[in-house]
Design a protein around this ligand. Sequence first.
Ligand code: PS7
Ligand code: MN
Ligand code: MN
Ligand code: MN
Ligand code: MN
Ligand code: MN
Length: 350
Amino acid sequence: VHKRDVSTESETLTECFRFLNLTSRSFAAVIQELNHELLVPITLFYLVLRGLDTIEDDMHIPLDKKIPLLRNFHNTMEIDGWQLHESKEKDRELLEKFDVVITELKKIKKPYYDIIKDMTIKMGNGMADYAENSDMIKNGVQTIEEYELYCHYVAGLVGEGLTRLFVSSELGNPKLAERPSLTESMGQFLQKTNIIRDLHEDWQDGRRWYPKEIWSKHVDKWDDLFDPKHREQAINCISEMVLDALKHAEECLFYMAGMREQSVFNFVAIPQGMAIATLELLFRNPDVLERNVKITKGDACQIMLESTQNLSTLCEVFRRYVRRIHAKNDPRDPNYLNISVRCAKIEQFI
Ligand code: PS7
Ligand code: MN
Ligand code: MN
Ligand code: MN
Ligand code: MN
Ligand code: MN
């Protein structure tokens, strides 16, 4: 079933779908299978946030330019013809032709538009706070609380916006809106997995999202994590980060149990299935300290199939990977017991 109506699609909307496929490996597929009602709003929501993230990630844009760009992006997204030609990031073409996104945003239903705008205000300001903070102190995130606030800005808010879109379109159970902590967990779980995985790449870019409260238990200096002399400690640090991320797993399964429509279920379930498999791959994996590791295409295909059948096959995916983490747990790891208990709890819950 094709959800897109290519015959009546405007040139600017076709261009938006081209950007979606250009800028996202994983989300492009699931977004394009979404129910017709939400297909375009969520595509545009994605592109607005991708634009914001491209600015956030761009280390070539000086801070005095980056901060106002982030804080004003909700106004920018209303200016006809607006484009940005200053970025050197991989996804810069989106910003160079951002006017097509602006044109299409003006055509969607007001309630959807308002949700996208509201999330853009909050995320842009949150990103700016952290960009300012990282420059002044040049020390990165200190506490787990600060780490989770960053994850809230860049992913918890995405979850909030998506949940509001599901409820507003009557494709989601209205009860979801009354359980914000479940929505927050969905974002935290994805963002924490992304941060744990991107360790080496972010280090090379001069960014640091692992909270000092965790890494300082394992090494004295941040750079020591990447020194082969400290491999063992670095792996134990990653495993503590995985332990922390796993605390969101039950609430994610709870959230997904509240889905009412198959295309929406698939849309939320696939990234979560990929995330639990990624956590298993990262757990006690020294390659994380050298490069960006990725689950194989074959595993990704299998997870995609299993995550889109029903809740119980999705739970099977979670059970399988949690068991593998449990089995890989090492008695010499200072968090051995904590990890073992957390895995056992999730296995029981499922
Ligand atoms: C609107 C589908 C489903 C309730 C671009 C999906 C960056 C992990 O850290 O660039 O720069 O390396 O690899 C997606 C909750 C957000 C959270 C967030 C918008 C799930 C801009 C995904 C995606 C909520 C901020 C990966 C959060 O990007 O990261 C739509 C429910 C964008 C979701 C960022 C990260 C996404 C991310 P990084 P990436
Ligand atoms: Mn980013
Ligand atoms: Mn990014
Ligand atoms: Mn990067
Ligand atoms: Mn990342
Ligand atoms: Mn990334």
